[in-house]
Structures are given as structure tokens and as C-alpha cells.
Design a protein around this ligand. Structure first.
Ligand SMILES: [Ca+2]
Length: 306
């Protein structure tokens, strides 16, 4: 795999952070930004991207839609074939003891069981289906150095309806009841990742084919769903920020909850603590993406000039 360093900043492999991205890429317009961000982050050792389902309400083929969107992004960046893609489950797990086997859940097991001193970060931009399936397929992974980073769940302490959780409540319960290390970014936190059209058009749109696509698909999505809006919350991007710098948000450790069918939190206090982010430094995250995109495009044009 090529080394996508930003200009001359290079990281030896053993110094990089191990990362797998799991993304319901086509569910709306924000996963795309967080996928590009992960790919362009030179301190990440990106082991692969797992396209995920996003239920059946928006599409009957949601995982395949996410697969196609991920491939499109890589193509627009000129990086097709450079990143491992392992499809996740096409649907939610049917109950808390039955995995949905997939290349994606196998990738998580494979990387979790590898002999490596570095923690493995598995970043979930959508439902936890493939994490729960990996755990049900190979329970030993919960005693490996794995960090599950999840964009999902309602506001603490009561919870309630939330999109990523709604797409697999059983999976979320499997993960919460396990011994896995979990860093949760709940809805009340990820919803604060707003960025305005003016800034996006100024900083992202001019950045090659990928910049143009990121903005066009976002504007198109908003026009269909929230035409009055002049911004979008890039709600999956906190994953990148807190892997880069776990202190880029305020967090606390709280006993893992479980979820009832209405997605309310059930606090029994019987499960190990998880790290819950109450806020994140949105500027740290957005500006990092804007700079990486600009440098990627500039570096590319410099290379083409040679
Ligand atoms: Ca998402």
C-alpha cells in the first residue's frame, strides 16, 4: 500500500495508529467527509474500510449502496485499489446471540487477533452490527487491545431515538454488555459538528474532483431533506478527532448502559465503564480535514508536474 503522507511528514509504520473504518457511507452526507479524512491522515495505519448497512427504511440494498459510495470516493481521490475494502453485514443481527458473518466482521477479528503492541481502533460511523458479529464469531477479541469508537446513541442519561442505534439495537447491546473498550460519541455531541455552506464552499469545493463531489452531494442531500439549512453537521468526523487526540473532547467514564426497544438507556451499573464524550473540539477536527484536503490536492498537482 502506498504511503499517503501529507507533504514531507512521514510516520514509520510502528508509530502509526491502527484504524479500521466501518461506515454506512450512503445513508446521508457526512460519512463521506469522515472517510476521506481517515484516508488522508498520515498517522493512521488504515487496515481497511468496512461498508455497512443502514437499515431498510431508506434503501433495500443499504450495505451495497455504502460499498458503491466508498468506491466512488476512492476513485475520485485516485486511490482505487489502494485501500482494503471488506463488506459488512447486509442487515442487523437477528438477536443478541446470532452474528451476521461477513468479510467486514472477519477483518475486525483478523486485525484484533494479530500480534501487535498498538491498540486497534475500530471506528463506527453507523450501526454496531459488524462489531457485535465479530465478537459473537470470536469472543476472544474483547480481551485484545481493541477500542470501539461509536458515533451513536441518544443524549445521556435518558437516550431515546437515534439513527445509528435504531439500525441495530441488538448489536449495541452485545457491545455494551461485553468487555470491549468503548468510546461513545452520543447524538448530543456529534450534532455539534456543524459547518456552514460558505466555509465548505470556500475550503472544500476547490479541492479537486473529491472536493467538488463532497460539496455537491451535501448540498443535494440538504436540498432534499432540509432546504432551509445553510450548514451541515459532519457528525461522523469526531471519530477522527478523538483517535488523533483523545483529549480533543471532554469525556467521562460511565458504567455501560443497555438499550430498550425505544432506545432509552437502561442503567444497571453492572457493566464495565465506557468513555462517553460530552463534547469535541469541532474546530480541531474541521480545520484538520480542510488542511489535509488542500495539501493532498497540492501534492498531487506537484507530483503530476514532475
Ligand atoms: Ca454515518
Amino acid at each position: 500500500m502506498r504511503d499517503f503522507t501529507v507533504f514531507d511528514v512521514a510516520y514509520p509504520t510502528e508509530a502509526k495508529q491502527r484504524v479500521i473504518v466501518n461506515t454506512d457511507a450512503k445513508n446521508e452526507a457526512d460519512d463521506q467527509f469522515a472517510i476521506v479524512h481517515a484516508v488522508l491522515t498520515p498517522s493512521f495505519d488504515l487496515h481497511g474500510i468496512i461498508p455497512a448497512h443502514f437499515g431498510t427504511r431508506k434503501s433495500a440494498t443499504s450495505m451495497l449502496d455504502s460499498h458503491d459510495e466508498t468506491m466512488l470516493l476512492l476513485r475520485l481521490m485516485g486511490l482505487e485499489g489502494e485501500v482494503r475494502i471488506a463488506d459488512g453485514a447486509a442487515r442487523a443481527i437477528p438477536d443478541e446471540s446470532t452474528p451476521v458473518d461477513s468479510p467486514g466482521s472477519r477483518l475486525i477479528v483478523e486485525e484484533a487477533m494479530k500480534d501487535d503492541d498498538r491498540p486497534l481502533h475500530v471506528a463506527f460511523y453507523g450501526p454496531l452490527t459488524d462489531m457485535a458479529s465479530a465478537l459473537l464469531l470470536e469472543p476472544k477479541i474483547q480481551d485484545r487491545d481493541v477500542r470501539v469508537i461509536w458515533i451513536g446513541g441518544g443524549a445521556w442519561p435518558s437516550g431515546g431515538r437515534e439513527f445509528n442505534l435504531s439500525n441495530d439495537i441488538h448489536a449495541a447491546n452485545v457491545v455494551m454488555k461485553s468487555r470491549l473498550e468503548v468510546w461513545q460519541v452520543p447524538r448530543s455531541t456529534y450534532r455539534t459538528m456543524g459547518v456552514t455552506y460558505a466555509e465548505l464552499i470556500e475550503k472544500v469545493y476547490p479541492q479537486g474532483e473529491i472536493g467538488k463531489y463532497l460539496i455537491e452531494q451535501l448540498l443535494e442531500h440538504n436540498a432534499k431533506t432540509r432546504p432551509e439549512m445553510e450548514y451541515r453537521s459532519l457528525g461522523d468526523s469526531p471519530c477522527i478527532g478523538i483517535i488523533l487526540d483523545p483529549e480533543c473532547g471532554k469525556f467521562s467514564w460511565r458504567p455501560a448502559p443497555t438499550f430498550d426497544a425505544q432506545m432509552h438507556y437502561i442503567h444497571t451499573g453492572q457493566y464495565r465503564p465506557i468513555r462517553v464524550y460530552e463534547n469535541v473540539n469541532t474546530r480541531f477536527i474541521h480545520e484538520d480535514l480542510f488542511a489535509k484536503l488542500a495539501q493532498f490536492i497540492r501534492r498531487r498537482s506537484r507530483n503530476l508536474d514532475r
